[in-house]
Design a protein around this ligand. Structure first.
Ligand code: NAP
Ligand code: G4F
Length: 321
């Protein structure tokens, strides 16, 4: 069989770096799309730079996508690139739509033009459920997004379904619930907490300012979730899947696990700061991964507690150097 070739947008992000590692281990030739910047942002992929090939391109620029696909000639495209931080989507709603919504159409159109046999993965999100209409959330749960980011992801989800139905593309949408790791961006709540805990433990900072401690999320480990993306593209027929742990925790529980790891009392350090409250909140997310388990044979391996401890330990080590 010919070697499989993957093209990953968002390869410099958390998921892109884990997915590239995973596909390299499977024997894939891996191309990653990167946008031009005045300084390099290759920290998460520094350890695999000699094994992958980077091509410049931007979801805002249709021609760059077409020429990148012509160059890489992939068998699989993983569209992970997006403006992915929810609060920024209120500050930059138009740009968020351009990347996170219309960017998906640009990528699908490029695939149709260059090679309609390419299998396509779209990074959809549990943020689409927003003000949830059913608990736990499944593939059948209606969407009710609560942020410009969530709205953009709903568009990306339905355009993927539509191209599958209109043009018979092998296009799938993975509805992934929150997934974290030591490579998570510092502004997301898990990493903000584990980095803050490490700084407080090392005497580099005294307090940790947070917003809504009552919000609930279904948090899994990013390393487990990239396997599910790959599995979706290996099926006989394209379909959409919820990827989640089936458990939910409050931000307060996250804070407790992280502070417990270093033997500190969180109530002495956490300060509630209204600046981190959102114009509209997603109060509760909990996914039902039964379909993924049944059809993909996928289950998460790393528990919530293991993951948060792993992140605290990693931040302690990084900040101690
Ligand atoms: P992330 O760490 O924020 O990475 C986002 C990636 O997108 C970065 O590589 C970024 O490149 C790239 N990017 C942004 N705008 C771009 C553009 N216009 N053109 C090309 N590349 C662009 O996100 P993540 O956590 O890995 O998430 C991956 C995907 O899954 C995203 O689509 C996210 O919305 C979705 N998702 C994430 C979660 C989660 O919990 N992590 C859950 C559900 C869905 P730069 O390095 O140049 O900024
Ligand atoms: O970590 P967060 O910023 O993640 P959020 O908004 O759930 O979005 C993440 O997961 C989505 C999947 O559901 C992805 F699609 C998306 O790209 C991203 O990866 O916030 C989690 C919760 C929120 O309820 C927020 O209000 O934590 C609460 N929170 C409380 N204090 C905070 C803070 N969030 C942040 N970022 N910073 C705080 O200080």
């Amino acid at each position: 069989m010919d070697r499989k070739v993957a093209f990953i947008t968002g390869i410099t992000g958390q998921d892109g770096s884990y997915l590239a590692e995973f596909l390299l281990k499977k024997g894939y030739k891996v191309y990653g799309m990167v946008r031009r910047a005045s300084v390099d942002k290759y920290e998460r992929i520094a350890h695999i730079m000699d094994k992958i090939e980077l091509i410049q391109g931007d979801l805002l620029d249709q021609y760059s996508l077409i020429s990148a696909l012509k160059k890489a000639q992939p068998t699989e495209v993983y569209n992970l690139a997006a403006q992915s931080f929810v609060p920024t989507s209120w500050a930059q709603p138009v740009l968020t739509s351009e990347f996170t919504a219309i960017g998906v159409t640009r990528m699908l159109e490029s695939i149709r033009l260059v090679d309609p046999k390419i299998r396509f993965y779209q990074a959809s999100s549990s943020e689409m459920y927003g003000k949830v209409l059913q608990t736990p959330q499944t593939e059948e749960t209606p969407f009710y997004p609560r942020s410009p980011y969530g709205v953009a992801k709903v568009y990306g989800h339905y355009i993927t379904v539509n191209y599958r139905e209109s043009y018979d593309l092998f296009a799938v949408s993975g509805i992934l619930f929150n997934h974290e790791s030591p490579r998570r961006g510092l502004e997301f709540v898990t990493r903000k907490v584990t980095d803050g805990v490490a700084r407080i433990k090392l005497g580099l900072q005294k307090e940790l300012r947070l917003g809504n401690l009552d919000a609930r999320r279904d948090w899994g480990f990013a390393g487990d979730y990239v396997e599910a993306m790959w599995l979706m593209l290996q099926q006989e027929t394209p379909d959409d899947y919820v990827i989640a742990t089936g458990e939910t925790r409050t931000v307060k529980e996250l804070v407790q696990v992280a502070f417990d790891r270093v033997g500190l009392d969180w109530e002495k350090h956490v300060v509630l700061d209204p600046a981190f409250l959102r114009p509209a909140e997603v109060d509760l997310l909990i996914g039902d991964p039964a379909k993924a388990k049944r059809q993909l044979g996928w289950t998460p391996k790393v528990s919530f507690e293991e993951m948060i401890r792993m992140m605290v330990d990693s931040d302690l080590e990084r900040l101690s150097q």
